[in-house]
Write a protein of this length. Sequence first.
Length: 164
Amino acid sequence: MIEIDKRGEELNEARLLRFLNAARKAAGIGGKVNVLLTSSREMRTMNRAFRGKDKPTDVLSFPAIEPFSREFAGDIAISVDIAAKNAKNLGHSVEDETRVLILHGLLHLAGYDHETDKGEMARRELRLRNRLGLPLSLTERSHEPLTLTKKTKPRSSSSKRRAR
């Protein structure tokens, strides 16, 4: 499900939902995923409450707790404000940037964590970005160029519901 709390000029809910379903399957996620497209103000509130960081962020992922994770993989929240700024800076559409953020959030739901996994998530994101026809991914923007020589598997996700 896609819920648009803050509309961007270029966001089409039906196209984003189709992308979400395709990317979810490509990432190996069987359960349903909810995506909230909201403001940076709301993202700051969530980031402070769930991660202890008092600043807005582009994407947050909330994996489902274990008993429910088969049918429901979790929630993703995205700042439309930051997506629009990134899209403008990188020369692509807000909708493409939102897709990049959805994929990034999905990989967190699949158990990846780019802050601790020594490039596993970055390599997986690169493969999926190429497969799904997306522009630069989040991890590509902040890391050295990646190669696709090593296959990776997701880390097991914690049963504790926390934002990533």
